[in-house]
Design a protein around this ligand. Structure first.
Ligand SMILES: [Zn+2]
Length: 139
């Protein structure tokens, strides 16, 4: 087992740079105004290459979730969860739910963005249940 490694490209470097300051910015198309994730060279709706990096609210709802019971990387010991979250701006992100966990199904639960410090990656985006007072950054 090893530590997880970020795979960064020229398209998502700007996003990772703003994450370091605790802000999630995504590409917003200058033509149709849709947000896109993962970052890429053109809009998935209208194919325009023009975009700006805009902060997103960080609010969304859980679309799906899973708990892994096998450790793949030492920095993600089992059990750990992975959630797919639809942001209110439209894109879906995949991350981890931190803090309190819902009873029963997690699908449809409202979440908000928070950040945790990762030993290799600096600040990384996570989500917490809306209203959970879980700390934003663990030092
Ligand atoms: Zn577009």
């Amino acid at each position: 087992m090893g530590q997880s490694r970020a795979i960064r490209t020229i398209y998502d470097d700007p996003m990772w740079e703003t994450l370091a300051s605790g802000v999630l910015r995504l590409q917003q198309c200058c033509n149709c105004r849709s947000f896109r994730y993962p970052p890429g060279p053109t809009c998935h709706r209208c194919a325009s290459p023009e975009h700006k990096w805009k902060p997103v609210s960080g609010r969304g709802q859980i679309l799906s979730w899973v708990v892994f019971h096998r450790t793949y990387f030492d920095d993600y010991p089992a059990p750990y969860n992975v959630v797919a979250v639809k942001l209110e701006e439209g894109p879906m992100i995949v991350t981890n739910l931190t803090g309190k966990k819902p009873m029963g199904s997690w699908i449809g639960r409202s979440v908000e963005l928070c950040f945790e410090r990762h030993s290799n990656h600096g600040l990384v985006p996570r989500v917490k249940l809306a209203g959970d007072d879980h700390r934003n950054v663990e030092d």
